[in-house]
Design a protein around this ligand. Structure first.
Ligand code: ZN
Length: 468
């Protein structure tokens, strides 16, 4: 309920002149509040998101990712952030899909819904026809004992191997190695979405190329194949063509500094991933997050009165392959991390904004709340929680592991799965109003933390292991 009353306050702010805003005006002219008002009224978040999505899908390592990085750096420079750099990191291989074709050829003839899994190899050109064998567990030892796999296409079990993401990824890799050793030609995995819809994903995290060609097929198609297998042999035709760089590839994070007025050797880092999966336009995952970072930079730079501490704006590559860009930043900037007072991450789409999550850092919430509560209440974004639920699902992860107080923007995600990694993730589904409000919240929170008299929390001892 509080969320709705807060949004109502901002709706008024958008549609009325400043003098008619009793609620916002009464609180006085503290910097974060002025900033939020200016950002809601004259913000450019929608224009930034539209321009980014128009560039292309921004798959890590692709030409369109590089164009997006170059374009973003130009925007920061145009805002007067003279110290803007492209900071490279390395991925094992660049990968882009070219074409995917799958067809059932026996006992019936029909096309199947298919897409290559990211960072998997191509089949030979022209593809092949082979019988399908359903494999019912991710056990590498069971695969080794199975004589029926040679020369076949393996239909994998639903879902992922059990265990935390790291063990599951290792099991998946070992499983693929066992399948290859058993003579399997390719793997097909059922997608989890209904109605044969397909969401883009990789075979596992990372940018090393998998050992076997692999595709996801529609969940309903997979169910049909299983039913046909119960009656006899099933044969399919499969061709997967992907473009893979011959060697390691360089990818750029975009880093832009706005120097502080007093403690310029301390930073609030505000970041979002710039890369996206390639089925849609990567609008809410995550052009809108990148647009919030650009808008925060625009709004704070336009104040002409920087906060005490510096703010570093960061757009990361490689998030979708396992937060590679932000992790590379943490490694290459290890010696200066004691000077990072907070990391703010935005990667939550454009559902109605809720507030901020500070995973596992209740004392950080206690410190940030009084700095931001008036402005965030007006924006409908005043709810804080310390949940670990999404802690390691975006670029906050590397900062959390480095012990840095981290805030992750939290928005209502009830409709997020409709677009997540799907062809539907386009600008048509972006809520411009929620985007503008969220961008203002990012700007105001960054400013308030950067301008606060003290730090919002100590740097904790870095962790080598994830908490989940
Ligand atoms: Zn994302």
């Amino acid at each position: 309920m509080r969320r709705h009353s807060g949004l109502a306050a901002v709706l008024i702010a958008v549609s009325l002149p400043l003098a008619a805003l009793p609620c916002l005006e009464a609180a006085g002219a503290d910097g974060a509040r002025e900033l939020a008002q200016a950002s809601v009224r004259g913000g450019q978040s929608l224009a930034y998101a539209s321009a980014l999505t128009a560039i292309g899908p921004r798959l890590t390592g692709s030409a369109s990712y590089q164009r997006a990085a170059d374009w973003s750096a130009e925007q920061f420079r145009a805002l007067g952030l003279a110290h803007t750099i492209l900071e490279p990191f390395t991925i094992d291989r660049g990968w882009e899909r070219v074409s995917a074709r799958a067809r059932l050829v026996a006992p019936a003839d029909r096309a199947l819904h298919v897409a290559a899994l990211g960072w998997t190899p191509s089949t030979p050109e022209g593809g092949f026809d082979a019988d399908v064998v359903a494999v019912d567990s991710f056990s590498p030892s069971a695969v080794a004992a199975n004589q029926a796999l040679h020369g076949r296409i393996a239909l994998l079990p639903d879902g992922d191997p059990s265990g935390n993401p790291e063990t599951a990824a290792r099991t998946r890799r070992d499983f693929a190695v066992a399948l290859r050793a058993a003579g399997v030609l390719a793997m097909i995995s059922p997608d989890t979405d209904a109605a044969n819809e397909i969401s883009a994903r990789g075979f596992g995290f990372g940018t090393a190329i998998a050992v076997l060609p692999a595709a996801q097929i529609g969940r309903d198609d997979a169910g049909m194949i299983r039913r046909l297998l119960a009656r006899g042999a099933v044969r399919m035709s499969l061709e997967l063509i992907n473009r893979i760089t011959p060697a390691a590839a360089s990818v750029d994070n975009v880093i832009a500094d706005l120097p502080g007025s007093d403690r310029s050797d301390e930073w609030v880092v505000v970041g979002a991933h710039l890369d996206a999966w390639d089925f849609g336009a990567g609008a809410q995952d995550n052009a809108t997050g990148a647009a919030m970072v650009l808008e925060a930079a625009r709004a704070i730079a336009a104040l002409k009165a920087p906060p005490r501490r510096s703010i570093r704006f960061a757009l990361w590559g490689g998030e979708e392959q396992g937060q590679i860009g932000s992790s590379a930043y943490i490694r290459s900037h290890a010696s200066e991390l004691d000077h990072v007072v907070a990391y703010l991450n935005t990667d939550a789409g454009t559902g109605p904004i809720i507030g901020w999550t500070a995973p596992g850092r209740e004392e950080v919430i206690r410190a940030v709340r009084p700095l931001t509560q008036d402005v965030l209440r007006d924006l409908g974004a005043a709810s804080f929680d310390d949940s670990l639920r999404y802690a390691f699902q975006s670029d906050g992860a590397a900062f959390i592991l480095a012990g840095i107080p981290t805030l992750d923007l939290n928005a209502d995600d009830t409709k997020y799965e409709e677009i997540h990694h799907k062809a539907a993730d386009t600008m048509d589904r972006v809520d411009a109003h929620n985007l503008a409000i969220a961008a203002a919240a990012v700007a105001a929170t960054a400013y308030a933390i950067a301008d606060a008299p003290g730090r919002i929390g100590a740097r904790q001892r870095p962790r080598t292991k994830r908490m989940d």
